[in-house]
Every structure is written in C-alpha cells, then in structure tokens.
Design a protein around this ligand. Structure first.
Ligand SMILES: Cc1cc2nc3c(=O)[nH]c(=O)nc-3n(C[C@H](O)[C@H](O)[C@H](O)COP(=O)(O)O)c2cc1C
Length: 348
C-alpha cells in the first residue's frame, strides 16, 4: 500500500540520450504523453537513457482536493505506461516492463527496456497492426458530447472489459438493471457531495484553460442543456454552477458503463488499472466507440465503498467508472487537447 506521500519523494536523475536508434526512445515518450490524464494534468516525468525509459510520478501536478491519495494521478501514469508499451511495439521495438522496480524509489513507477526485435522472429499471434495502434493513439479523445441513443451491445462491453483484464486490471460491465440503477444514484450523490466543496470546485475550475500545454480547453466541455449535443460533465457543472439541473443526467439510459478496478486501493493496483484503462480505450477508439471516465463516484469517500459492495458485490475495488457509447458519425472530430513539450516532461 502506498500513497502520494510515499511516491512524492522521488527525484528522477538526469536523462542521458544515447546514440543512434535511441532517438526513437523519445518518439515513444512523445506518444506515451498522448495518454489521457486526470484534468489533463499530465502528472509524469520521463528519464531516457539510451534504450531504457523510466516513468516517474510528478506529484507537483497532483490534485490535493479531488485526489488526495493520488489514485487518479497514478491511473494517469499507468495509462501513459501502456501507451508507451503499445507505441514501442508499433515502432518496432520489443519492450520489457518492470513495474515499481526499486523499493527505495517509490515514485519510480516503471522502467521500460527497449530491445531490437528479431527480424526473423515470427509475428506474435494476435499482434496488432502498428499503423492501427499509432492511429488510435493519435485519434483517441475524451469526447464529452452526448452519445447517440444506439445502445452498446453487451458483447461489446464485455470485449472492452476483457481488454482491461488482459492488461492486468479487473473490470466489469454494469448491465444488470438493479446494479445500474444503484450506480446512477451513487454518481448523482457523488456529484451533489462535490458541488458543496468550494475547494474542490476551485481546483477543477483552475484546470479549465489552465495553460497552452495542459488542462482542459473550455471548448472540450459541452455546454449544459443547450442543443441536442449537450451533455453534462463534472466540468460543465463546475464551470457553470449557476445552471441548475439534476446531476443524474451524467449517464443516459442508452450509455454503456464499464468499471475498472483492482484487488485493493494500492499504488500497484492503480498503475495496473491505468494500463487497463489505456488498453480498453485504444480498443474502443479502434472500434468506433467513445469513452468518458467518470471518477467522482470513486473520489467521494462515501460513494466508493457503496459502489464496491452494493453495485460490484465486493468482487473488485473500483478505481474508475467509464461511460461508453457511439458518437454521431457525421459529427466533427473533437480537437486534441494540448500536451506539454517533451523538454518539460523529460528529466533535465
Ligand atoms: C484517471 C482519469 C480520470 C478522469 N476523470 C474524468 C472525469 O471524471 N470526468 C471527465 O469528464 N473526464 C475525466 N478524465 C478525462 C481527462 O479529463 C482527459 O483525459 C484529459 O482532459 C485529456 O484529454 P484527452 O483524453 O482528450 O486527451 C479522466 C482521465 C483519467 C486518466
């Protein structure tokens, strides 16, 4: 078990660029940084040494009000770790991962070694087309606009949850009517609890249009209650608290819902869940499905155990809930959210 206090102690050593192919290690980092992160905080630092990459949690980018233990921060780093692994494979490397390799360095979340792939080796069964993987990394978005009313077949939700499990997380679609009803009530309760928390709302507002390189651009937040595309999100309510309306509309009846979690609430389990989130999301992107994380119901201390026991029957400790659906095909593509320059995320 660990928390932000433990992982915050690490100071990454300097990056040492190596010759030749090592340039590609930087490409891997650049693609890893396209990963989703809570409030687009991008709470990671990378150290590159030839063909070795190290991923550190950057606790200076933590959200003390919404995420005091660092769950979402580590989930975000886990998503970047899986993006790095997928990108490395797509760029022709054979990556080997070590998670939390050094007990003396709790903020060092993972080390990735990039080996040359044997050109004579047979293609691994089920290996993904590199171009398709790279396209999914570039095209993935958090698109908070309202989904179409076409329900997502249960088999699709099960396939997405299976991708998360294959990546080492625990995951379940919520399809049972009673479980679903309870979940919607809990989401509503979590939103109401956070609406009364001025410190948390101020923190949330601060990350809207935070800078050119991070945070959530205001145009990624759908206006509440205007037009058929409008959909509520934590940001629309926080940004415009003067607009009334039931928080329950956060999830529509036709939306698919999948939960990702782990055996406990530890840094190790969060890292795995972040990787699982990325694997699920890239698969969803490749198959035309849109994903929006809903973390409030996990953030609120009162609703998290209720989700674990009353909705999930204690089978997993929830780390993030995902709303899944189809976006209108004719709709404009959502603009990509910004990312910090590579120099900012590399250890000097
Ligand atoms: C752990 C985690 C939690 C998130 N929680 C929420 C959330 O509660 N509501 C939401 O609208 N977006 C949430 N997001 C999505 C981020 O805001 C989004 O990834 C970020 O703004 C970058 O945008 P992009 O995904 O389009 O690249 C979350 C993302 C992660 C990784």
């Amino acid at each position: 078990m660990g928390t932000l206090a433990d992982i915050g102690r690490a100071t990454p050593p300097r990056s040492a660029p190596g010759p030749g192919r090592a340039a590609s290690a930087y490409e891997v980092v650049a693609l890893a940084c396209r990963a989703p992160s809570v409030h687009n905080t991008q709470p990671w630092r990378w150290r590159v040494d030839g063909t070795s990459l190290e991923l550190y949690a950057d606790c200076s980018r933590a959200l003390p009000a919404a995420d005091p233990r660092g769950r979402n921060l580590v989930l975000s780093c886990g998503a970047a770790l899986h993006h790095a692994e997928a990108a490395a494979r797509a760029l022709g490397w054979e990556p080997t991962l070590q998670r939390r390799p050094d007990p003396a360095e709790p903020g060092l979340l993972a080390r990735i070694h990039l080996a040359d792939r044997d050109p004579d080796a047979r293609e691994t069964p089920g290996a993904q087309d590199p171009a398709v993987v790279l396209r999914a990394i570039h095209e993935r978005r958090t698109d908070r606009r309202r989904f179409t009313s076409w329900p997502v077949p249960v088999s699709r939700l099960e396939r997405l949850a299976a991708a998360a499990v294959e990546q080492g997380g625990l995951s379940e679609p919520i399809v049972d009517v009673t479980a679903r009803f309870r979940l919607e009530l809990l989401i509503s309760r979590a939103m109401s609890a956070q609406e009364g928390d001025e410190r948390l709302l101020a923190e949330q507002r601060a990350w809207i249009d935070h800078s050119r390189d991070d945070g959530i651009p205001a145009d990624s937040v759908p206006e509440m209650g205007f037009g058929p595309l409008a959909h509520r999100s934590r940001f629309s309510r926080a940004a415009r608290p003067e607009v009334p309306g039931p928080a329950r509309d956060l999830v529509e009846a036709s939306d698919g819902v999948v939960v990702i979690g782990g055996p406990d609430d530890s840094v190790e389990a969060w890292l795995r869940s972040g990787e699982a989130l990325s694997a699920l999301w890239l698969l969803a992107t490749r198959t035309g499905l849109s994903v929006v994380p809903l973390s409030q119901v996990v953030e609120v201390d009162e609703t998290r155990p209720a989700l674990q026991h009353d909705v999930l029957g204690g089978r997993l400790v929830p780390h993030v809930v995902l709303r899944i659906g189809w976006q209108e095909i004719s709709r404009s593509t959502h603009r990509a959210t910004p990312r910090r320059p590579l120099d900012d995320v590399l250890s000097p």
